[in-house]
Design a protein around this ligand. Structure first.
Ligand code: ADP
Ligand code: ASP
Ligand code: MG
Length: 467
């Protein structure tokens, strides 16, 4: 049996946590399994790298030097705690120091240029994984788990869409089979970096924030793995973020579609693209807690067993804005919605949610806040004639809102769920700004004020999730 085990940032957040990971991996080796380990950067490292990059572009070199020192200490602490082999330890200290010198060089050139490109963002952002993986592979060897590491930029071939690259699966499959399969067959654990790929020319890319989950399924699919395990810091996919609702419950089994929907609508526990490489092959994904390895976690499969409740979860998307096109003269005009969509698409802005009132006096879009000023400008340009004729009165953006999505495949077929959701919100005096029904068969989405977001999640959870 061949498995891919991915460990997220908190699961590798300290020497102690990494020692725990080694024991989890040993458990699988002892069962005779072939194991690929995919690692995220230590928690906080990617954020620190990217923040230092940004500060460098703003002319703040002190922040860069401080970050370099902190990251060096963080990784040297792990090396000193877990690597006993003296020559391996010295080598790792040297390569870690070198990598952080390169980070300093890169950020210094950004300081001079005063501008960050997506390519530079990936060169810097990918460093956390590249720093950690050789250290953990050596720690595994020291713990008696024979391991070899390879950076995923030598495995995953991507397009050049820096910051959100997509893999070319045929090339990736060929690389992964040529480089990883022989290690596995020789009884070695193959340890690789999450989050990272490289273009055909070998330039480093990343798969998007939180992308190590996606790495695990890309490699799982490339190697025809029997399953992919995603080890994180909670007991699986839960009915909502346990940081907002501590009584959230773990879902024992969900479908690929439900997992995709939950993550797309904000459940951070897995990256939204995670299921793409494996769903067609029907490879199961397990979401497990590295802090409580004996918990059963969540199994993601094509046809899950009935979990009892028609609701799979309540998710939130933040940092979004509601853009409204409003006017009495819009009624009955053919093609309005199409023109609205085309206008925002011209600016490469994707629409997260769309709703139109039945009186057709307004059309609302929810988009990421960063794109809101551009969207308003583009829509005003698109409808300048209608605005002059006062058929459209205004185009405006409302910030500080949050999308809530109630997700579950049975939502459409179970009467009364929407009523319970709206009653729960009304009871708490929470105003619903916009609704989108059936944006897919799996969910009901609504928009509320940002400051009422957490209360709204708690109210809905209490009213519709069976305890
Ligand atoms: P990792 O570093 O392991 O990739 P993440 O921080 O990316 O972990 O994702 C795990 C976090 O996702 C949890 O700590 C939890 O707060 C958050 N989360 C949000 N929604 C959910 C949900 N529906 N189920 C479980 N966790 C969720
Ligand atoms: N380290 C990367 C991030 O913080 C990837 C990941 O953790 O999955 O986004
Ligand atoms: Mg994550």
């Amino acid at each position: 049996m061949r498995i891919v085990m991915k460990f997220g940032g908190t699961s590798v957040g300290s020497a102690e946590r990494i020692a725990g990971v080694a024991e989890i991996v040993r458990g699988e080796i002892n069962k005779g399994r072939q194991v690929v380990v995919v690692l995220s950067a230590m928690s906080g490292v990617t954020n620190a790298l990217l923040a230092a990059l940004k500060e460098s572009a703003n002319g703040n070199i002190a922040k860069l030097l401080q970050t370099r020192d902190e990251l060096l200490k963080k990784h040297l602490d792990v090396i000193n705690a877990l690597v006993r082999d003296e020559s391996a330890r010295q080598t790792l200290i040297a390569t870690t120091t070198d990598a952080l010198d390169r980070f300093e060089d890169l950020c210094s050139s950004i300081y001079v240029l005063g501008e960050i490109t997506p390519r530079a963002t990936d060169a810097v952002g990918s460093l956390g994984e590249r720093l950690l993986v050789p250290i953990v592979a050596q720690a595994f060897n020291d713990a008696g788990i024979p391991s070899q590491w390879l950076p995923a930029n030598e495995l995953i071939v991507t397009d050049d869409n820096f910051v959100a690259a997509s893999p070319f699966m045929d090339e990736t499959r060929a690389q992964a089979r040529a480089k990883l399969a022989p290690l596995l067959e020789a009884g070695q654990v193959a340890v690789t970096t999450g989050f990272i790929g490289a273009t055909k020319k070998g330039i480093i890319t990343t798969l998007g924030r939180g992308g190590s989950d996606y790495t695990a399924t890309i490699i799982g699919a490339a190697l025809d793995a029997d399953k992919v395990q995603i080890w994180t810091d909670v007991n699986g996919v839960m009915t909502t973020d346990p940081r907002i609702v501590p009584e959230a419950i773990t879902l024992p089994e969900i479908s690929y579609g439900e997992a995709a929907e939950l993550s797309y609508f904000g459940a951070k526990v897995i990256h939204p693209k995670t299921i793409l490489p494996v769903a067609a092959k029907n490879t199961p994904i397990e979401i497990l807690n590295s802090f409580a390895p004996s918990q059963p976690g969540t199994l993601i499969v094509r046809e899950p067993k009935n979990n009892g409740s028609p609701i799979r979860g309540i998710t939130t998307i933040r940092n979004v804005s509601l853009v409204t096109v409003e006017g009495r003269g819009m009624q009955g005009v053919v093609g309005m919605a199409a023109r609205v969509f085309s206008a925002v698409a011209r600016n490469n802005i994707s629409v997260l949610m769309f709703s139109q009132s039945s009186s057709e006096q307004n059309i609302c879009l929810v988009i990421e806040s960063a794109g809101a000023p551009d969207a308003v400008r583009e829509l005003e340009r698109e409808f300048q004639n209608e605005m002059r004729a006062q058929n459209i009165e205004r185009v405006w953006a409302q910030d500080d809102i949050v999308i809530l999505a109630v997700v579950g495949s049975a939502i459409k077929t179970t009467p009364g769920i929407a009523a319970r959701v709206f009653t729960a919100l009304a009871d708490k005096n929470i105003n619903v700004i916009a609704i989108a029904q059936g944006s897919s068969e799996y969910n009901l989405s609504l928009v509320v004020d940002e400051h009422q977001g957490d209360n709204a999640v708690r109210a809905i959870h209490r009213s519709i999730v069976k305890q």
